[in-house]
Design a protein around this ligand. Structure first.
Ligand SMILES: *Cc1c(COP(=O)(O)O)cnc(C)c1O
Length: 406
């Protein structure tokens, strides 16, 4: 492939980061230098199967040719205008993304956390202007063990002490209920409720799939109570679970869907709030914005991502290979796996703590040439690119079996 950009070894690069890079991550000791499809290669040329896929930012694998081509072409024409002017890529991106998700309007942003923040702002404004909630009284109901990003407002309604502690004071107006508990949700919703904000599958919590009917219940409750259903599909969306959106498993259409991660094709950060006109229509010029949101490079890549999803091929692969993943994990039950949850090509696997922590299992898998990431305690998360082959997936499962047996 291409010539190396550094003469330093992996160990030297890891040591070099320590004094100059903020310690907000604890990466596995692998230094990736290049990648293609489902495979990454480190500085020394060792190859690894990527079973994390950038937390689903790489649903189409590394450097999918349709996406890099869209990016290269756009790089040579126009990259940024700001929203002070129109650009010739944004209309098509919004049209096709709205059509793909069955919604009316698109608010383009960059990172996932920005999409969540924007969704919160829109829901509050809708509550005051449309629902008639008294000024500054709007509440938003969220679920325990949520992950919606890292801003001060968002970590303020996290239940993860590591994410929260030391960052207060926090934004008021959030109520936290247990996930997958319709009665608790119903009890928390009242006339001040602007929205219920949940992940259709809780990713960071360990790929927690709610009971059948839960999402339908959320939809019915929010409709009855006259508040919005905001679905954070930043990790669960865009093919990962075998459908374009995870809410489609119950044929549910939320009022607002938050997208990010894979929307940028693993190339640029692209996020979006997509929703009904009645909701996104509350924003008027000057009330919200983003310098980079909707820039032509992001719009070009995002449109190419939508183009891949329009074929249905990736959703189909995720569903079919998801069955292979599920079967493989079921075979490991009682052989090091004490429990697992999966939907499509996405699984949270609870490993017998006697065998090792999630971190230790991840390190052992790394030495076998498979990259995964632990979530909490002894849980590891599997989320390969949707381009992974059945053979590659089976070899990753074989590596997991080997690691658990040793
Ligand atoms: C990753 C993630 C976010 C935050 O996205 P960033 O791009 O890291 O800000 C929000 N919600 C969910 C469900 C996520 O998985």
């Amino acid at each position: 492939m291409t010539a190396p950009v550094t003469t330093r070894t992996s160990d030297e690069l890891i040591r070099a980061e320590e004094p100059v890079l903020a310690h907000n991550y604890h990466p596995l000791p692998v230094v990736v230098a290049r990648a293609e499809g489902a495979w990454v290669e480190d500085v020394e040329g060792r190859r690894y199967l990527d079973m994390l896929a950038g937390y689903s930012a790489l649903n189409f694998g590394h450097r999918h040719p349709a996406l890099t081509e869209a990016a290269h072409r756009q790089l040579d024409r126009l990259t940024l205008t700001s929203r002070a002017f129109h650009n010739d890529r944004l209309a098509e991106f919004a049209e096709r993304l709205a059509a793909l998700t069955g919604q009316d309007m698109v608010l383009p942003m960059n990172t996932g956390a920005e999409a969540v923040e924007s969704g919160i702002k829109v829901a509050r404004k809708w509550a005051y202007e449309v629902k008639g909630v008294p000024a500054d009284r709007a509440t938003i109901v969220v679920a325990a063990d949520n992950f919606h990003g890292r801003t001060t407002t968002i970590v303020g309604f996290s239940t993860d002490e590591t994410a929260r502690s030391g960052f207060g004071p926090f934004t008021p107006g959030f109520r936290i209920v247990p996930y997958n508990d319709p009665a608790a949700l119903e009890a928390a919703v009242d006339e001040t409720t602007a929205a219920v904000l949940i992940e259709p599958v809780q990713g960071e919590a360990g790929v927690i799939v709610p009971d059948d009917g839960y999402l339908t219940g959320v939809r019915e409750l929010t409709r009855r109570a006259g508040c919005l259903f905001l679905a954070d599909e930043i990790q669960s969306g865009l093919g990962r679970t075998g459908r374009t959106l995870a809410v489609e498993h119950e044929d549910v259409v939320p009022d607002v869907v938050l997208l990010g991660k894979a929307l940028g094709g693993g190339i640029v950060p692209v996020s979006a709030v997509v929703g009904r006109r009645e909701v996104l229509g509350v924003l008027r010029p000057g009330e919200h914005g983003s310098t980079f949101g909707g820039n032509p490079l992001s719009a070009a890549v995002g449109t190419a991502v939508v183009g891949l999803l329009e074929t249905g091929e990736f959703q189909r692969r995720a569903a079919e290979l998801g069955a292979v993943l599920r079967e493989g994990l079921a075979e490991l039950a009682g052989r090091g796996v004490v429990g697992f949850r999966s939907r499509g090509l996405w699984a949270g696997v609870d490993v017998d703590p006697a065998i090792g922590t999630g971190r230790e299992i991840s390190e052992r898998l790394m030495r076998e040439g498979v990259l995964v990431k632990d979530t909490h305690g002894s849980t590891i998360r599997l989320a390969p690119p949707l381009t992974v082959t059945e053979e590659e997936l089976r070899s990753a499962l074989a590596s997991l079996e080997k690691v658990l047996a040793s």
